[in-house]
Design a protein around this ligand. Structure first.
Ligand SMILES: CC(C)(COP(=O)(O)OP(=O)(O)OC[C@H]1O[C@@H](n2cnc3c(N)ncnc32)[C@H](O)[C@@H]1OP(=O)(O)O)[C@@H](O)C(=O)NCCC(=O)NCCS
Length: 107
């Protein structure tokens, strides 16, 4: 599930009370799209997630959007998955009592 215009959605997320959304807003211009991804536990580790990311990037490129990001907990094991899929720009920031990681990819 993705959003092609993170800056444009900022007011919506603010109204929903999701305070972490604005934490990395200074990177939205460079990495405008964001997405969420979950693969059923029984299907993980078989390349499904990587294929979904490729398909999403293809769709963004078709729309002339050249960057995307995810935000995850800095100590989550999915960090390696995103690094392997090209999300190599990383910025960590504190949010409440944990660290969040912004991971970006330009294509
Ligand atoms: C992260 C996730 C989307 C990856 O999808 P996938 O289909 O399992 O990934 P692929 O098979 O394409 O890639 C395999 C890599 O994903 C990572 N991975 C595999 N299982 C994982 C899991 N349960 N949690 C986190 N990362 C996992 C590993 O880095 C693995 O690399 P390795 O084989 O070299 O160790 C999927 O594991 C998942 O849904 N995890 C739980 C939810 C989650 O973390 N979502 C992201 C929220 S920001």
């Amino acid at each position: 599930m993705g959003c092609a215009d993170s800056a444009g959605a900022a007011d919506y997320f603010s109204q929903q009370g999701i305070k972490s959304y604005a934490l990395f807003k200074d990177f939205f211009a460079e990495y405008p799209a964001h997405f969420h991804i979950n693969v059923h536990p029984k299907a993980q580790g078989r390349g499904v997630g990587s294929r979904l990311v490729s398909r999403y990037v293809e769709e963004l490129q078709r729309r002339k959007i050249s960057g995307a990001h995810v935000v995850t907990a800095a100590d989550n094991k999915n960090r390696k998955f995103f690094l392997n899929n090209g999300f190599t720009f990383e910025e960590r920031r504190a949010f409440n009592d944990l660290y969040l990681s912004f991971m970006g990819r330009i294509f």
